[in-house]
Design a protein around this ligand. Structure first.
Ligand code: GDP
Ligand code: IMO
Ligand code: MG
Length: 436
């Protein structure tokens, strides 16, 4: 059975959640290995078909949506266990709330495993992020992701395993909180936090998931040995990778293929399919260079047609044209074996569609994606203009049903990247797909 990675190929929000939900129908495990509540993976399901028993609103239902932030999007399926691996930073308050909401939608308890080595994102992390100014300097999701990963790197972070030793947990939390309170002695929100009370509250919350804290490295490697089907669900995306992305306008984790090795403890060579998820155009939420950004009416039109507002924060996403320079880079560093192309329906109605095939930088033509922000900032996209189409695509279910110009668009991407596009998404619902 395959181990499959589903990874964002651009700057996030490509529709990873939808694809994972579709693939997970047959999966044994679905695994998150990076990030935390900065992720927002929206799944629109026509019904909750594989859930055993009657759902909260009576079994077969109208289309429902679920926004996943911490739990992998395979968790809507009864046979698919959810794994939160140690590469994540987990907000226990958000975890409990999401588990409750998911249970309500499924009508049953999801099977979930949480790594004992996953770090806790605690209430002081978002406060510290704001105080340091990184939230506004980068326009982050304001969830405290950077400070939580920094505590991990500084080796002062608290982990899920600490919850199993209440006395030690309280002492460690007090030490970290005190450290931050010493740095900002006059900040009321930070000073209001009391270590004892906070620890007590979190330990109480943890009663809801303490028995799910396990060694997920052993669990996943045993599952691979038993030939189980595992899906690794990337959060964020290649160009937001701490090392491989557009630093410093990145997140603080590793959303690329290597993140599965470090963040889940599974050797990457065991992963037989690496699916890159790309939108048929490009979006970015937050600050940082974005060469193909379409300012003005074209960008507004993409935003309106694609409903490009953040799943986590509601922020309007910056919109622009497909960037094949960036996609070639994403394919190279992740070793994509295939691509899923989402939101092709959003491009309906343009007379012609620009696609960037190279950049111009100070008079030179660049074919390779520069990750140095100072260079990328000054790159001008060189566009190839493809004919557009006017037919709506949302009811297409076969490649041959797509208008000729849309087929040509898909083929150009395949040719440029040398990777097959095996799935095309033409709407948010889990039924609006073309498989090839
Ligand atoms: P993720 O973070 O990669 O999982 O993506 P998000 O869920 O944040 O953002 C993708 C958005 O596009 C969600 O609202 C999806 O419901 C929606 N979506 C996914 N695929 C399609 C598609 O093919 N067409 C349209 N119109 N919307 C889609
Ligand atoms: P999914 O998994 C899009 C962006 C933020 C900001 C930068 C750093 O839904 O694709 P952070 O809070 O992580 O420190 O913010 O990264 N960002 C995302 N953009 N989709 C995401 O996740 C994102 N997660 C973080 O907007 O620019
Ligand atoms: Mg998202």
């Amino acid at each position: 059975m395959p181990a499959v990675a589903v990874l964002g190929a651009q700057w996030g929000d490509e529709g990873k959640g939808k694809l994972v939900h579709l693939l997970a129908r047959d999966a044994d495990y679905c695994v998150r290995f990076n990030g935390g509540t900065n992720a927002g993976h929206r799944v629109v399901t026509s019904r909750v078909p594989t859930v055993v028993g009657v759902g909260a609103n009576g079994g077969e239902t109208e289309a429902q949506e679920f926004k996943f932030h911490l739990i992998p999007a395979g968790a809507l399926h009864e046979g698919c266990a959810a794994v939160l691996a140690h590469g994540m930073v987990i907000d226990p308050y958000a975890l409990v709330a999401e588990l409750e909401a998911l249970k309500e939608l499924r009508g049953s308890e999801p099977e979930i495993y949480i790594s004992s080595n996953a770090h806790l994102l605690l209430p002081y992390h978002p406060i510290v992020e704001r105080l340091e100014g990184s939230q506004s300097a980068l326009d982050t999701t304001a969830k405290g992701i950077g400070p939580a990963y920094r505590d991990k790197a500084a080796r002062i972070g608290l982990r899920m395993s600490d919850l199993l030793f209440p006395q030690r947990f309280t002492e460690k939390l007090a030490a970290v909180l005190e450290r931050y309170q010493r740095i900002w002695p006059d900040h009321p929100e930070l000073q209001r936090l009391r270590a004892q009370e906070l620890a007590h509250e979190i330990l109480r919350l943890a009663e809801g998931f303490r028995d799910r804290i396990v060694d997920t490295v052993r669990l996943l490697n045993d599952a691979l040995d038993q030939n189980k089907y595992i899906i690794f669900e990337g959060a964020q995306a290649t160009l937001l990778d701490l090392d491989l992305g557009t630093y410093p306008y990145v997140t603080s984790s590793t959303p690329t293929i290597g993140g599965i090795g470090s963040g889940a403890g599974v050797p990457p060579q065991k992963i037989s399919r690496v699916i890159g998820v790309a939108k048929a155009y490009t979006t970015r939420v937050g600050l940082g260079p974005f060469p193909t950004e379409a300012l003005g009416s074209a960008g507004d039109r993409l935003r309106a047609a694609g409903q490009e507002f953040g799943t986590t924060t509601g922020r309007p996403r910056r919109c622009g044209w497909l960037d094949l320079v960036a996609l070639r880079y994403a394919a190279m560093v992740n070793g994509f074996t295939e691509l899923a192309l989402t939101k092709l329906d959003v491009l309906t109605g343009f007379d012609e569609i620009p696609v960037a095939t190279s950049y111009r930088y100070h008079g030179r033509v660049l074919h390779d994606f520069p990750t140095v922000c100072e260079i990328l900032q000054e790159c001008e996209p060189v566009y190839e203009k493809l004919p557009g189409w006017h037919e709506p695509l949302s009811d297409c279910r076969e490649f041959s049903e797509l208008p000729r110009a849309a087929q040509q668009y898909v083929r150009l991407i395949e040719d440029e990247l040398g990777i097959p596009i095996t799935m095309i998404s033409v709407g948010p619902s889990d039924e609006q797909n073309l498989w090839r």
